[in-house]
Design a protein around this ligand. Structure first.
Ligand SMILES: N[C@@H](CCC(=O)N[C@@H](CS)C(=O)NCC(=O)O)C(=O)O
Length: 307
């Protein structure tokens, strides 16, 4: 257990500290999170976007404490705990009991929150297109749009996020050059931007993946967009997105990326769930040196798919 990543500072700082403090009081809905974790930030963004009453519980997932493992046997944050009052099964005069249900996996938590808190008057617009199939009718076929969103959420999960860690954890002793890791990562980002252009969301009606409306697709990538500076900080050559005027035939696609990126890092919910930048630099040093024992870090090192 010598090198488990327990030396992390124990609490959020900056804006995220203020947000955590506002949500410290007990609530039936609890988010178990770690301030540094991008997967947690996804769930946290959705809670903020939808103004969902909740308690934020900061834990260190590397400690694998028993009570936490009972909620999530995978031992990862984010974990969502949902307390429900249960009526007594028999006999009058018996007390209500509280049952604690759990959910984990950031994408599943985000979809759950979007569906569970669907009342638009209280919680704002849905984050995944929610309407029924409409053949040739007015407006869009939201069943297709919902599936297309899930496709690009899958792209983020299987292309962009693994590519981020492969680049961040690259060290000179790896059996492949950093340029290879960088090219693979940039390919994932460029494909994401190209989809926004190809689907007609060229950015005129709004910067988001769906143009005017912010959606779960934006949420899924936002935490890694925020963390791109870590690659610039730690890796020679940085992220390496080509500069304006040096993008050749990709000018339009990278301009669309810039538009999305600039908007997402400034989104209120993204900023509200963000700690002080220097704390991330400290926390991700183990990734940059490829010494982290986190599950994500180990999977990347061993070329396995991420947990
Ligand atoms: N697939 C999971 C990944 C979550 C994850 O890897 N969380 C990290 C923190 S960023 C964690 O809990 N790590 C604990 C460990 O590696 O032991 C999700 O999407 O929620």
């Amino acid at each position: 257990m010598a090198s488990i990543d327990t030396s992390l500072i124990p609490n959020p700082t900056g804006a995220a500290a203020a947000l955590a403090a506002q949500h410290a009081a007990p609530q039936p809905l609890q988010l178990y999170g770690g301030w540094f974790c991008p997967f947690v930030q996804r769930a946290w963004i959705v809670l903020v976007e939808k103004r969902i009453p909740h308690q934020y519980v900061e834990i260190n997932p590397y400690r694998k404490e028993e009570a936490f493992m009972r909620l999530n046997p995978r031992g990862l944050v984010p974990t969502l705990a949902i307390e429900e009052e249960e009526a007594p099964s028999s006999g009058e005069g018996e007390k209500m009991t509280t049952k604690k249900k759990a959910l984990y996996e950031s994408t599943i938590i985000c979809e759950y929150l979007d569906e569970r808190y669907a009342d638009e008057a209280a919680h704002g617009p849905r984050l995944l297109p929610a309407g029924p199939f409409r053949k040739g009718g007015e407006g869009e076929d939201s069943v297709y749009e919902r599936a297309r969103c899930r496709l690009w959420i899958n792209h983020v999960a299987t292309r962009v996020v693994p590519g981020f860690y492969r680049l961040l954890q690259h060290t000179p002793d790896k059996g492949y050059p950093i340029e290879e890791a960088r090219a693979e990562f940039l390919k994932g980002l460029k494909e994401f931007a190209a989809e926004m252009v190809a689907s007609g969301r060229s950015g005129e009606d709004g910067p988001w993946f769906l143009g005017a409306s912010f959606s779960l697709v934006d949420v899924m990538l936002a935490p890694w967009a925020k963390r791109l500076f870590l690659i610039d900080h730690y890796k020679p050559g940085g992220v390496g997105i080509p500069k304006k005027g040096e993008r050749g035939e990709d000018e339009e696609v990278w301009a669309r990326w810039d538009r999305w990126f600039e908007a997402v890092v400034e989104r209120d919910s993204v900023k509200a769930t963000w700690s002080d930048e220097d704390k991330y630099i400290e926390a991700y040093k183990r990734y940059a040196e490829d010494t982290t024992q986190s599950e994500v870090g180990q999977a990347t090192r061993q070329g396995r798919s991420l947990p």
